[in-house]
Structures are given as structure tokens and as C-alpha cells.
Design a protein around this ligand. Sequence first.
Ligand SMILES: Cc1cc2nc3c(=O)[nH]c(=O)nc-3n(C[C@H](O)[C@H](O)[C@H](O)COP(=O)(O)O)c2cc1C
Length: 314
Amino acid sequence: MTHSKLPISLAPLQGYTEAAYRNAHQITFGGITEYYTPFVRYEKGGFRNKDVRDISPSHNSTSQLVPQLLASDLSKAESILALFIDNNYKRVDINLGCPFPMIAKKHNGSGILPYPDEVKDLLRVVTNHPEIEFSVKMRLGWENPDECIALAPILNDIQLKHITMHPRLGKQQYKGTVDLEGLKAFADICRHPLIYNGDIETIDDIDRIHRMFPQLAGMMIGRGLLANPALALEYKTDIILTEKEKIERVKQLHKAVYQQYEVQIEGGDAQLLNKMKTFWEYLTPLIGSKCAKRIKKANKIELYLSEINHIGLV
Ligand SMILES: Cc1cc2nc3c(=O)[nH]c(=O)nc-3n(C[C@H](O)[C@H](O)[C@H](O)COP(=O)(O)O)c2cc1C
């Protein structure tokens, strides 16, 4: 049986998929239906400047941008939402999936999943704002996959565009495998459109998961798209880029990211160099480990840029 193609969105990754990357990706590769911002937090009565800048329309050029909030209670969620509304957003994602212990132990992200009453209170932000189209990005639970089953009635009861499920537990972080049985149990009782997220690296992976879950409304891909920025485009068009074409386009992507950070980063070349090195972290399989090592070792921006010029030439 063949299925129609699923819309692909770019998952948010703090430190990797910031505005500079998202803007550049849409121009040089594209194929993405929705770009998500990494989560915005409200802490000690304020926002981090970098988070405010990252969602600001003046720093973003992607056509479908969804800002994401991470909060442990309704009042914080309302404060972050007010920032999004001030910036004219009508579509917002709520993070119930972040597994980082520092975040989760304060009942943020997947750390809130074992507490249905707290989730219910937090999600009052959805019913309070019928003018905003919300989605939720979550895991199966923190400690065990029954947690999402217990939460299903609460989630089913509110208006959501969709739920994106990363079928791991918070306590797993990114280790182990995804739990597709856990996902199936949730899919069977979830009345919202479901987006799959987790460990997708190839078109075959997308097709395999789609065959297992024909009811899916889309896929969200993070690390797989950072490793192959053409993945969504290739899936959408059925045209597979050669390695050479891919490297050429990655260089264009890099140039477009670099030009934005060059203007944005005020701490001088050392900071720019550090930031740009993260661009290559997931690309080692494409550019080769020797090349990746040379980039990592470059201690001056001029040397770094000359290493980049050499990618794909040897
Ligand atoms: C370094 C890093 C940062 C992340 N930051 C966020 C974030 O800000 N918001 C979020 O919802 N998920 C975040 N995630 C989770 C990803 O969006 C995604 O759910 C996860 O990587 C699994 O999908 P993948 O296997 O396609 O990468 C992050 C993951 C990593 C590895």
C-alpha cells in the first residue's frame, strides 16, 4: 500500500536550530512545512535575551515558524505566551518532552508528565487562549509509558492542532531505542492528529514508521536533518542529491548561517568560531572524520574558513 507523503517539520534543538540555521536552511534546502524554535523559558521574572531575539520576527524569515514554550505552571506559561503574542504569533508549541535533569526535576518538560494535575493546570493556557493554535510536543512519560495513557483524557479534552510524540521516556534521555509499542498504545486513544518524532535518519525510516502508523499526520525530524539537511527535500521530491551536490549545498547553508552570526555575535572572532564549529557536529558522516577534525582544531577564524573551503575538494 502506498501512502501520500507526510509533511516534515524541523525539530527544535537548543544551540543548533536557532534562527540563523532555520533561515538559512529554508533558503538552501527547504522541504520543511514547519520550523520550531527551541524552547523559551521564563525564569527569575524574565527571559534570556537570546531567546527573545530567537523568536523575534526581525530575526526570522522562515514562512512557518512555531515558537515553543517550556513552563512548569500556568503563570509562567502565560508570561511566555504574552511574549509570543506581542510578537504576533498565532501558533505555539508546548514542550512536555525535555529530558534534561536540571529542567525536568523542576517539573518542566518530561519532568511534569508523572503529575496529571500539574499538566492539567499548565494546559489551561490552551483553553484561556482560543485565538492561538496550540500543539504539544511530548514523550511517553518520565518513568514509564503509562504516564501518557493517564494524560490522554486531559489532552483529548483540549483543542490542539496536533501532538508530536517522541516515544522515549524522560529518564532515558536519548539512550536506548524508541518504544513503538508505547506509541501504539497512545495513538489508539489519542484523538488529536499525531506527529512522529525520533531517530529518523533516512527516507526508508520515514516510510517504515509511516507504514506502521498509517494514521500519522506528519513527521518531525531533528538530528537526522542536521546530518542530512536535504532529507526532507529528498523525501518530498524523490530526487536524491549526490554526495557532491549535498556538500556544495551544505557549504551554501554554512555561508548563509555564518553571515548571520557574523553580524549577530558581538564577542569577537573566538565566539564566532565556537558557534560555527557546532554547525558541523552532526555533519561528520557527510564531510568525513578527517575534515571534521581539522575544523575542530582550527583556532583562528581564517584557518577555519580555509578548512571549510577545502571540504569536498580532496
Ligand atoms: C541538543 C538538543 C537540544 C534539544 N532542544 C530541544 C528544544 O529546545 N525543544 C524540544 O522540544 N526538543 C528539543 N530537543 C529534542 C528534539 O527536538 C527531538 O525531540 C529529539 O532530538 C528526537 O528527535 P530526532 O531523533 O529526530 O533528533 C533537543 C534535542 C537535543 C539533542
